[in-house]
Design a protein. Structure first.
Length: 448
């Protein structure tokens, strides 16, 4: 990419930009998913009565954070298109870290009664709002630095961060649980992973302060072509709404349910249905996630060559036809950790197929002046509302229809099936190699 007029001569290299953006996003996902891994503990400490009912309430609060992600997408997407990508995702990082730290400080139900879960809900809402602004900023920021023909590859590193956030959360929790022992961890040790977030956020913020604004946004600003009202342009255009709806039902919602089924519902199913020891579950999940993570980059790289859409659609279709036999296999192989790891790894591969190319796809789908706002809303509705609801909805279905343990899988399989149809017929063109400046935005120097 050619230098932009007025850019600083010692601008950070693309590798540093990608690493710095990814580092901060890993920490935000770590913060957000600590709660999901420890949902059972929150059921114990923040709700009275039956533990099973407390778990369902706890999963409901887990979903609350997801439901508020679209609101964060609207607010921070507007700011990102108005004032810039860098400063907006710095703000979301700080909000996420503060909320996570405060979760570790909360008094329990035994101390303050129903005020405890109320405060927990409030902090989950803040986390949801922060994450709603984070992803769009990081994905847009990296994509707007990447050269044409390699955008899938570079943005796929951002896509690894959600999975690595879970791995980090599992590793930290496992270390504290083993180090403190079950009794001490259950009493107070569950707080430490949340408190640790403060140090991680400070480190990430320091690294991100070294970054400059995205060259595409800088160019828009230089030419006076930034949007004066991104929210109005984004949500007041019927054409843009059509693109956002296709993005939602054809890509982000099915991607979201595949993501949460292959990672969080698999974890919850092994822990709460198969009743496997937590050490076994954490190790199986951690190994499968680490072995699967490189495929985010592989599918991102491949999408630069054969297109984003067909890879994601294939992942949706495989999820529809294979989830039931895979989860059946988890039950049949419950005493075989190697087979459990293989089955979970397969589901992680499906996650990488649908998630690896999606950042580049969404960036290329929308014009630069309203890109942050436009891609953030369908992404966070799809992942937050549809995807984030998988653990709660699937667990609720299993509790309601007790004779069919796998009945919860009908929800993600249905959404993934809708994705196959919409992604196949709703949009006929591939976005690979699409320039991220359209005619209304102008031409970025150095791009043909």
């Amino acid at each position: 990419m050619a230098a932009i007029a007025g850019a600083t001569p010692r601008a950070p290299k693309l590798s540093f930009i990608t690493a710095a953006s990814s580092c901060g996003t890993v920490i935000e996902w770590y913060d957000f998913y600590l709660y999901g891994v420890l949902a059972g503990f929150f059921g114990t400490h923040f709700f009275p009565g039956d533990m099973k009912q407390g778990l369902l309430y706890s999963l409901g609060i887990f979903w609350t954070g997801f439901v508020f992600r679209p609101f964060g997408a609207v607010v921070f997407g507007h700011l990102g298109d108005l004032v810039g990508r860098k400063y907006t995702f710095m703000l979301t990082l700080i909000l996420m870290g503060l909320a996570t730290f405060l979760v570790g400080c909360l008094p329990t139900y035994d101390s303050i009664g129903w005020l405890a879960p109320a405060l927990l809900v409030g902090l989950r809402i803040v986390q949801g709002l922060a994450l709603g602004g984070q992803y769009g900023g990081a994905a847009t920021y990296v994509a707007e630095h990447a050269p044409d023909g390699k955008r899938g590859f570079y943005t796929s590193w951002i896509q690894t961060t959600a999975t690595m956030g879970i791995v980090l959360a599992l590793a930290v929790i496992l270390a504290f649980r083993i180090g403190l022992g079950d009794q001490a961890f259950n009493a107070y040790g569950w707080r430490f992973p949340f408190l640790l977030s403060a140090a991680l956020v400070i480190l990430s913020a320091y690294i991100r302060l070294k970054l400059d604004e995205s060259p595409v946004f800088a160019r828009l600003k230089e030419q006076g072509k930034t949007s004066s009202n991104p929210a109005r342009e984004t949500y007041g255009s019927s054409r843009n709404w059509a693109l956002m709806l296709i993005a939602l039902f054809g890509f982000t919602a099915p991607e979201g349910v595949v993501w949460y089924t292959g990672q969080f519902y698999a974890l919850a199913y092994m822990q709460n249905t198969l009743m496997l020891p937590y050490v076994t579950v954490y190790i199986v999940m951690g190994v499968a996630l680490v072995l699967g993570a490189p495929f985010f980059v592989f599918w991102g790289w491949l999408s630069d060559r054969i297109g984003r859409r067909r890879i994601m659609t294939a992942g949706f279709l495989l999820a529809v036809v294979s989830y039931w036999p895979v989860f059946t296999g988890l039950g049949a192989e419950r005493d075989n950790p190697a087979m459990l790891c293989l089955l979970v790894w397969y589901m992680v591969i499906l996650v990488t197929m649908v998630y690896g190319p999606i950042a580049a796809f969404l960036v290329e789908l929308f014009p630069a002046r309203i890109r942050y706002s436009s891609l953030s809303l369908p992404y966070h509705v799809g992942n937050g509302v549809f995807g984030g609801g998988v653990p709660f909805i699937a667990t609720l279905l299993a509790a309601t229809f007790t004779g069919i343990p796998l009945i919860g899988l009908l929800y993600p399989m249905t959404i993934a099936g809708i994705g196959v149809i919409v992604s196949t017929f709703g949009i006929r063109h591939e976005t690979k190699d699409t320039r991220i400046w359209d005619e209304a935005d102008g031409a970025l120097p150095g791009r043909a």
